[in-house]
Design a protein around this ligand. Structure first.
Ligand SMILES: [Zn+2]
Length: 154
């Protein structure tokens, strides 16, 4: 079925892990809003992230990317297919800078010990604060950090 959803036009059978600019929007006729596809897992490999790890990474990225990119971050959200995340960034920030910010979060937040290390995991701040997986989040962020390093150094 034809659709206007940009990601539906991507062939997921050949999609590799990576960091992709998926859609570009313009506000007020000139102000860019970029939606990035942070693909942690290649869909064809069927090695999905667990929902608990996804939730953990969501909290970490939502918090720490804003420390690095400030109010340029519009949103950070998991993909329902459990292979990655969407990061929406506004303004004239080069993709490389965005990738470096994500890499920094991967590197500084992949050696966590307990849920207390994850921002916002409280009954007041989150809908399901018992739902997390520190070990898997550490491993997934390490792996994705390695990939980003390769992409940035090539
Ligand atoms: Zn939460």
């Amino acid at each position: 079925m034809k659709s206007k959803v940009a990601s539906f036009a991507v062939d997921h059978t050949t999609l590799d892990r990576g960091f992709y600019l998926r859609s570009q929007y313009t506000a007020l006729g000139f102000y860019p809003i970029n939606s990035y596809d942070m693909r942690f897992r290649a869909p064809r490999e069927k090695q999905y992230l667990s929902p608990e790890a996804i939730h953990t990474i969501e909290h970490l990225m939502a918090h720490y990317l804003r420390e690095r990119l400030g109010n340029k971050v519009v949103s950070f959200a998991p993909m329902g297919c459990k292979t990655g995340f969407y990061l929406v960034v506004k303004g004239f920030t080069p993709q490389r800078k965005v990738m470096e910010a994500v890499l920094e979060v991967c590197r500084t937040q992949s050696d966590l010990k307990t849920a207390a290390d994850v921002p916002g995991l409280t009954v007041v701040q989150c809908g399901n604060p018992e739902f997390y997986n520190i070990e898997e989040s550490n491993a997934a962020l390490r792996e994705y950090g390695d990939l980003l390093e390769q992409l940035l150094n090539k």
